[in-house]
Structure formats: structure tokens, C-alpha cells
Design a protein around this ligand. Structure first.
Ligand SMILES: [Zn+2]
Length: 259
């Protein structure tokens, strides 16, 4: 993006974790016998004139039901950076998995941006009710999102679209049918929140996805697209890497500034 655009800072907001699983879950079919910790995040993009929340975290009810370790309410964590979630004006839903959409009810005044392909699949396609998809779904969060259809609060996006000067949504399928990444103009260049396109930085560094893949060829194309748009690979951020909480400057408990 060009230098006359406004710049933004990006914060990773950890709302749960660490969660321990096999490495193979987050690094395509390798090291089934090894364990790795990952966290649950959403993100805040903050500029001089606009604040955007990327993804919604999870409700306490769902966190309890799924026994998510280290859970803190997204509203509470946002409060630590003096953001009132109930007043946030814009939320980008990167994809409609439970850990990214469940907390949508917190953001009562927000306009929610979602890709048409993603919305259509999870809301209307009978396939989304099949077990491999259903297990990654929060029915309550999905109903909350579905209720926004046809209202001013839902912006259904088709493909790549600039939503604010210096902020562009990028269609990035593979992990899910219509995941969208968020391209952000920063003082370090173009940074991209890839969400679960990669769970770890390592997915991007080694061009290998997690095991949670809907369409592998689409993922490979998406990877090439995001890599070419980010100013550097280190500015392409994953969805769940524990390093986002430990290797960046801390601004409050559970919150780090990525760029
Ligand atoms: Zn996720």
C-alpha cells in the first residue's frame, strides 16, 4: 500500500490458552507424537481515526462447554486497552469457526464484515451441518450472525475489498471456504492478519498448512497471494501461535503489539 495512506497498529488479544495438542494438528500430518501449545486470539487494528476488531473470541458459556483453558472474556481483555467492546463500530469476521465467531454477541453496535462465500456456506449449505464442519461450529454464535442478515449491521463482502483507507479484506480460502485475511497499512509496510490461514508462523515459513483444511489447492494459492501482498513474511500473522503473546511488546496483560 502507498505511503500517503493512514497507518495503523495491530494488537494481538489473547483470550484463552495455552491449549496443548499434537503438533500434527497445526502442522500438516507431522510429529503426531510431539505436543505444542497454542493460544486463542482476536485482534485490534487501531489508527488515528478508526478502530477495528478482527474476530470476536468466545462466550463464557461456550468456553465452559468446550473446557477451554485460560479463558478470559473478550470484553474484559479489551477493557485492559480501554476499549468498550459494546461500542466498537467495526468487526471483521475472518471465518465462521467457533473460536472466531462465538463472541459476536459482545459487539452489539458493530457492523460485521464477512465474505459472501463463507457466510453462504455456514449459514445455508446443508454440508455445514455434517459432523466434520459441525464440530467447529458454535450454533449460538451462528444464529447471532444469521440474525444480522438483511440489516445495516451485516456487510457481505465479495472478494477483495478496501473497507477503510489502508485496510483491505482479502479473500483467502483454504482453511474454510471463504476465510478472509485483513491487509493493514503500518509504519513497517503492509501487514496481514491471516487468521487461521496459518495457525503458526511456521505454517507460512515452511509453506505447510495445519490439518484443518477444507481445500488444500485453494490454501496453496491463498498462501502465495498473502505472501506476495505482505511487505515481509514476518508481517504475515497467524491465528494461534503462542509466539504472538511472548515475542512482541506487551501493552497490557494478554495484549501485545504486533506492529
Ligand atoms: Zn481458530
Amino acid at each position: 500500500m502507498s505511503s500517503d495512506l493512514p497507518t495503523y497498529e495491530i494488537y494481538a488479544v489473547k483470550y484463552a490458552g495455552p491449549h496443548v495438542s499434537s503438533v500434527a494438528m497445526v502442522f500438516w500430518n507431522t510429529a503426531w507424537d510431539q505436543k505444542i501449545e497454542r493460544n486463542y486470539y482476536f485482534w485490534v487494528v487501531r489508527g488515528k481515526d478508526a478502530t477495528l476488531v478482527v474476530d470476536c473470541g468466545m462466550t463464557p458459556a461456550l468456553a465452559q462447554e468446550r473446557q477451554i483453558p485460560g479463558y478470559v472474556s473478550p470484553l474484559e481483555v479489551l477493557g485492559r486497552m480501554e476499549i468498550d467492546g459494546s461500542k466498537v463500530k467495526r468487526v471483521v469476521a475472518t471465518h465462521i469457526h467457533f473460536d472466531h465467531i462465538s463472541g459476536i454477541e459482545f459487539f452489539q453496535e458493530a457492523t460485521v464484515y464477512v465474505q459472501e462465500r463463507e457466510f453462504h456456506f455456514w449459514m445455508k449449505d446443508p454440508l455445514a451441518k455434517k459432523p466434520p464442519f459441525l464440530m467447529l461450529t458454535d450454533p449460538v454464535g451462528n444464529r447471532c450472525l444469521a440474525a444480522l442478515e438483511g440489516t445495516e449491521r451485516l456487510r457481505v463482502v465479495r472478494g477483495d475489498q478496501e473497507i477503510l483507507p489502508g485496510i483491505e479484506l482479502l479473500l483467502a480460502p483454504g482453511h474454510t471456504p471463504g476465510l478472509q485475511a485483513v491487509s493493514v497499512n503500518t509504519t513497517q509496510g503492509t501487514a496481514i492478519l491471516g487468521s487461521d490461514c496459518g495457525h503458526l508462523f511456521r505454517n507460512y515459513e515452511e509453506e505447510i498448512p495445519s490439518c484443518f483444511i477444507t481445500d488444500l489447492p485453494a490454501w496453496m494459492r491463498t498462501y502465495g497471494k498473502l505472501k506476495s501482498k505482505a511487505s515481509s513474511l514476518s508481517l504475515l500473522f497467524p491465528g494461534h501461535d503462542a509466539k504472538m503473546a511472548t515475542q512482541f511488546p506487551s501493552v497490557a496483560e494478554g495484549i501485545t503489539r504486533l506492529v
